[in-house]
Each structure stands twice: as structure tokens, then as C-alpha cells.
Design a protein around this ligand. Structure first.
Ligand code: ZN
Ligand code: ZN
Length: 155
């Protein structure tokens, strides 16, 4: 009985440490600067993000993730919604990571100040296929098209 509790506790502690280690590792990578001179050793690819609110395109800012000379692994160069992704092999970034970089909340029922409880619907498709839940966990992939449609229901 006691042994069982100890084993469970040890397992839980290891799980928490493993989770924190991976989270920290990702945060450290996200905070690092990447090179842009063609000598980069990490993967470098692009996903296309489009956000529409009631049929109007929402402008995605240029230079997200670029602070002075430091270009962070998730960034934009212009307002086309092309998300540049650079990371070491074996690691991936999600749509949630990209919103985190901007300090914008992304959840299934919320994007920034827009919340479904206030009468909006948020629909997300990846390459035309609807994503039902877990928007923040969508893995960014090369040439992937992510479309977010926000609709005001109260009219
Ligand atoms: Zn790029
Ligand atoms: Zn770039």
C-alpha cells in the first residue's frame, strides 16, 4: 500500500519534471534568435494564416517575433499572414505558440478580445478541413493553409 503510493508519487514527480523540461526547452528555443543568412542549420518553412471577421480580412502584423536584430523562430516579415517557422530538427511549433509570441490568447472559445460567449463563432480549417477543437495545438507545417473565420452571430 505504502509502496504503491511512493511509486505513484515518484512517477507523478518525474512526469511533472519531464513536462516542465520540455516546456522550458521550447520556451528557450522560442526566445532565441535564428540566423537568416542562408547558413541556418534548423528547419525553415512557412505556413499561411488567414483571419477573416465577418467576411473582412483581418490584417496580420508584419515583423511579429522580430525585435531589433533578433529574429525569433516564429515570425512574420509582411502582412500577408505568411508565418515563418525555424526550429531545430525534432521540435515543432503550434498555432498557439504563434499567438503566444504576440501575447494574444487563442483558445477554442476565444481569440484575443473575441469570445464565443459574447455572440461570436470561431471556425478554423487546416487545408480546408474543419478543426473541431484544440486550435492552439495545430502543428505548423510547410505550405499549410490555416483559415480562421470569426462570425458575429448577434446582428
Ligand atoms: Zn522564412
Ligand atoms: Zn524570416
Amino acid at each position: 500500500m505504502f509502496l504503491g503510493v511512493i511509486v505513484l508519487t515518484v512517477t507523478a514527480v518525474i512526469a511533472v519534471f519531464a513536462f516542465l523540461y520540455i516546456t522550458n526547452y521550447k520556451q528557450n528555443i522560442l526566445a532565441s534568435c535564428v540566423s537568416h543568412d542562408g547558413s541556418e542549420t534548423e528547419s525553415h518553412y512557412h505556413a499561411q494564416l488567414t483571419i477573416e471577421q465577418d467576411g473582412e480580412k483581418v490584417k496580420i502584423p508584419a515583423n511579429i517575433g522580430i525585435v531589433k536584430e533578433c529574429i525569433h523562430p516564429l515570425h512574420t516579415h509582411n502582412t500577408t499572414g505568411l508565418v515563418h517557422v525555424q526550429h531545430p530538427p525534432g521540435l515543432g511549433f503550434t498555432l498557439g505558440d504563434f499567438f503566444d509570441v504576440q501575447g494574444i490568447v487563442l483558445k477554442d472559445d476565444q481569440i484575443g478580445s473575441i469570445q464565443t460567449k459574447d455572440g461570436y463563432s470561431i471556425d478554423v480549417t487546416v487545408d480546408g478541413v474543419q478543426v473541431k477543437s484544440g486550435f492552439q495545438n495545430i502543428l505548423l507545417k510547410d505550405r499549410e493553409k490555416i483559415d480562421i473565420k470569426i462570425t458575429s452571430l448577434a446582428k
